[in-house]
Design a protein around this ligand. Sequence first.
Ligand SMILES: [Zn+2]
Length: 252
Amino acid sequence: MTELAYLADMPSAYVRTFRARIVSLPPGGVVLDRTFFYPAGGGQPGDRGTVRLDDGTEVAVVDVTRSGPSVLHRVRAPPAAVRALGVGAEVEGTLDWERRHRHMRLHTAQHLLSARVFVRTRLKTRKAVLAGRGATIDLEGPLPAGLERELADDLASVVGEDRSVTILLVPRSEWDREPNAERSGLVPLPPRVDPVRVVEIDRSDVCPCGGTHVRSTGEIGHVTVEPAVPRPDGGSRLTVTLDGSGPPTRSE
Ligand SMILES: [Zn+2]
């Protein structure tokens, strides 16, 4: 079992280096007692980085996935380095921060875009996927022609206002009290989820999510909204991409 330490609160999403203990070593991977590496899921890719023993032995983390209650860090290194890992050993994990922070910027941009599409068209998001410098959202219907420009302006203004992003843990009973609340997402919340982890973008969006986000919208930087593409299922796909290298980031 791995503690998902990145989930706890907003500062936890900014931890780049952490201490943990190896609890098991399945073939090709390392399971830690706690991790700040994000395991692939919910449309957000898994993190990369390194795991280092106190003697300096270092292995590259090439992918991170959920495996039941555990998180599997898939590693790549010379056989001698992998053999040096032992159950019970303390290690230092270090995230590939450029990649992770890009995913945080994209994820918050995606929530904003889904919210703005919903406000303007009542279309909900069926699915969202982040990859590279872009995030795609699959909408339940066709986007009215020419709306991309207005959506891009909406995003630019929210980014310019640097609105705060907060993580809230809401008891399920409280969340379910508003069954008709207007939400931009179509994916139903599994019944076992309690409390509900909610990402709130000030005056813009409230959305249940287990991903990692930036703490204020200014950190997203400038984005481009690509023309919507019709999908065979009658829906449409909208892509938002990050421009340039992005703003400088602060760390805890
Ligand atoms: Zn999300």
